[in-house]
Every structure is written in C-alpha cells, then in structure tokens.
Design a protein around this ligand. Sequence first.
Ligand code: DAH
Length: 341
Amino acid sequence: MKEMLQNLREASIRAILDCEDAELLESLRVKYLGKKGELTSILRQMGKLSPEERPAMGQLANKLREDIEEAIEDRNKVISALRMERRLIAESVDVTLPGKKQTLGHKHPMYNVLDQIKDIFIGMGFEIVDGPEVELADYNFTKLNIDEGHPSREWTDTFYFTEDSSILLRTQTSPMQIHAMETKELPIRMIAPGRVYRKDEVDATHSPMFHQIEGMVIDKGITMADLKATLNLVVEKIYGKGTVTRFRPHHFPFTEPSCELDIQCHKCGGVGCPTCKGEGWIEVLGAGMVHPKVLAGCGIDPDVYSGWAFGMGLERLALGEYKINNLRLIFENDRRFLEQF
Ligand code: DAH
C-alpha cells in the first residue's frame, strides 16, 4: 500500500507540474482527490491492513493529500501568471507605430470674411445682434414701409408659411432694424449678420439661401455725412487704403434718401474688366437714412433722432475677396475646395 501511495505521489505531482490549463488542473484534482479519486480508492483498502499498520498508513495518506493540494495551489498560481503573460503578449500595443492622423477642420472662408467685418464694426463701437430667420411679414415688410402690393411681397419671390402671408422666411436682414429699434436703448449702433431666403433658382450667382449683414446707427444729429464717412472707412479696411467709392442715388422703401455704394474696380482701376463686368465699378451695398415713417413706427421721434442703415451681401464679398467665380462653391462644402483656404 505504501508503494501505491508512493506511485500516486509521483504520478500526480508530475501531472500537476506538467499541467498548463486551469480547467485541466481542476480535473486532476478530481482525479486524485475526488470522492471517486485515486487516493480515495487506495484508502478504501485500509481495511485490509492490520490495526498496527493503519495509523502510519493514514498519516502517509494525509500527507500525500496535503502535498497534492499544495502542488495544485502552487500550480494554479503559475498557470494564472502564464495566462496573464500570454494575454499581455497577445494584446500588446506597439506604441512606436505611427498613429492615425486626425485632420482638424477650419473656419469656412465666408466666415473668415464675416469675422473680419465684425472686427471692423466692433472696433467702431458697434454691437453684433442676432434675430429670427422665421419672421413676421410685419417686420420683414410692413414696418419697413414696404406696402401690400410691393413686388418683393409676391409669393413667387418669398417663402411663406401661411396662406395669409403673415409668416415667412425673412428675405432680408432689414427686419433686424425694427427689432433693434423696438427693444434697444438709444443710441443704437449695431450690425446683424444672418441668413436670408428668396425663391431663386441656384446658379453661379444665385441661391435660395444666402447671407446679409445689416448695419444701423440711430442717434441724435446723425446725417448722410456719418453714413458716408463710416462706410468709406469700412471699405478701406476691407479693400485697402485709397479705395475709391461712389454713392449712387437709389430707392429703398425704408430709407430716404437711399443710395447704393460702389467701389472702383480694384482689378482694372475703373477702366472695365471681367471682374467688374466692364463697368469699372463694383456694387457693394445698399444704404440710406432711416425713413422717418420707420422711426416713428418703432416709437422713435424722427424730429429728435435720425439714423442711417445699410445692407450688404456676404457671399458676394467673400467671392470677391477670394477670387471665387461660382457661388455654388461657397455652399457645396466640397473639402477639396474648402481646404484651399
Ligand atoms: N435690404 C436690402 C436688400 O435686401 C438692402 C438694404 C438697402 C438694406 C438699404 C438697408 C438699406 O439697410 O438702408 O436689398
């Protein structure tokens, strides 16, 4: 029996030391120490021994059980260490491999131009204001002295939301003049950039959505001289010192008098070229002195206060600045185009 125990010791310890798998190790434990295991079956034969032999054999068997248990425990530690090592190797990351490059976007070229304009006006003490694109016809037209029946109110030109033509997508940023006069303390110096909408087919110079910048000053004693001086300064900051301007009489319902501001073509110096379409001049914006009816409609006494306003198209400015010949490029957001700026 002693020999059987000795054989079991050798076989089991060797098997345990050879084992590399936790599950297999557990099955070895069952195989040797389980209820139907090999040690148990040896112990069953204790009955055959003489009473004198039994204690020594029992001790030997207990020692063997303890040793096998200890061997299994030790081996378990080794196996889990091995498993961890294998995992670390399998899941290792090569930190020296080149990374995936993250491409960082940048501001849209048109918004660079807008930022430039904002900076110019902020430098002159103007405030930047924002307002609704879904607008009441009252603000987009009526309060701006644009009467019922004016062609710009036609359904063919304007996106209306309601049958009664009372709610629409603003067709100009000029309603921001009304919002400002109704809500702000006087004096007012503000610009209001934003999207406007008109029923135009897309082509090289038209889009149903585009951007305008509205500007307005309301104070005591404001005259056309202030309008000219301020806009001349703005033009010089955008197009460079010495840029020649021309204020041409025009008509807008909400300003009186009204004008359009042209700059002499910076490409040809006024002789006429493709950039200015042979005209020698490039139209930049519409402007004028805020109409007394408009002031009065906003609760401002036209005998005490006066003001000037302008509205300009942002896309046109950006196209000129970056020598882009097609408006669609501004909106398509093709990265091959945008990444050039
Ligand atoms: N709102 C006009 C347009 O869309 C532009 C304009 C002209 C704005 C004269 C003004 C202004 O503030 O005084 O054509």
